[in-house]
Design a protein around this ligand. Structure first.
Ligand SMILES: NC(=O)c1ccc[n+]([C@@H]2O[C@H](COP(=O)([O-])OP(=O)(O)OC[C@H]3O[C@@H](n4cnc5c(N)ncnc54)[C@H](O)[C@@H]3O)[C@@H](O)[C@H]2O)c1
Length: 250
């Protein structure tokens, strides 16, 4: 049992995109802290840690999202936390990307986040408690020349979190974003083949990419009562990437 986050003991946590990468790592930390975790994903993971179960979900499908929330409530009696980690990336700038790619990224990363929050918040508001953590990105804080749809979607998620914090706060429900830097997950596998990779890593002030569990730890903290007075914020978990641009002039 993770003593620091023992406040998650007995809580029910729903994680979209929970079958892989950051979502799966957050599930591991939450389950190790005593929570029961529902890993909801379009793709089934090979193996889930103890304390976690898989449920099929396409976050762009409102009917499916509502049905899953009802199923979890019927089976487990509560949803104490939601993590929206389902996400996709399509490389392309204004001229290169197709309209279909633009719409697909916004559907999953932005609309999917909103639909999951909408389905769960309806219940959390009635109960006057709950915590939602949206996985955004450093690409939602800073621009990036060849990833237009992704950057736009993540910037919008950060702003959506601020707006929802204002809506949900009076009902006792917290919502925060986290913005990971470069994290080793299936989404970023292969990036190390790029000639720009080492330079990108070096822009993280710790001079390394992060591990998924380092993001999972931050997610679990925000889910827990340890973060009981934190809402509407965006916490970079990025090894300092968004804190400084290092220009070695002297
Ligand atoms: N890895 C990084 O460096 C990094 C950095 C910043 C932000 N992020 C964000 O973190 C989140 C998790 O990414 P990851 O790196 O763990 O990638 P990942 O590909 O390992 O995990 C993403 C998961 O989302 C699922 N998913 C995709 N579309 C879905 C849909 N329509 N419905 C339900 N599930 C869906 C995938 O099946 C996958 O399991 C994403 O939102 C990503 O944008 C990742």
């Amino acid at each position: 049992m993770n003593e620091l986050l023992s406040g998650l003991k007995g809580k029910v946590i729903l994680i979209t995109g929970g079958a892989s990468g950051i979502g799966l790592a957050a599930a591991e930390v939450a389950a190790a802290s005593g929570a029961h975790v529902i890993c909801a994903d379009v793709a089934q993971s090979q193996a889930l840690p103890s304390g976690c179960e898989f449920q099929a979900l396409d976050v762009t499908d409102w009917g499916m999202t509502q049905a899953l929330v009802e199923k979890v409530l019927a089976q487990h009696g509560a949803i104490d936390g939601l993590v929206t980690s389902a996400g996709i990336s399509r490389v392309g700038n204004l001229q290169e990307m197709t309209l279909q790619e633009w719409e697909q990224v916004l559907q999953v990363n932005l609309t999917g986040t909103m639909l999951s929050a909408r389905a769960v918040a309806a219940y959390m508001k009635q109960r006057k408690q709950g915590s939602i953590v949206a996985v955004a990105s450093i690409n939602g804080i800073l621009g990036n020349p060849s990833n237009l749809a992704y950057c736009t979607s993540k910037g919008a998620v950060i702003q959506m979190v601020r707006s929802l914090a204002a809506d949900l706060g009076p009902h006792g429900v917290r919502i925060n974003a986290i913005s990971p830097g470069l994290i080793h997950t299936p989404m970023t596998a292969g990036l190390d083949q790029s000639p720009a990779y080492n330079g990108f890593v070096k822009q993280h002030l710790l001079h390394r990419a992060g591990q998924a569990h380092e993001v999972g730890n931050a997610v679990a903290f925000l889910l827990s009562d340890m973060a009981s007075f934190i809402t509407g914020t965006n916490i970079p978990v990025d090894g300092g990437f968004s804190a400084a641009k290092v220009i070695e002039m002297y």
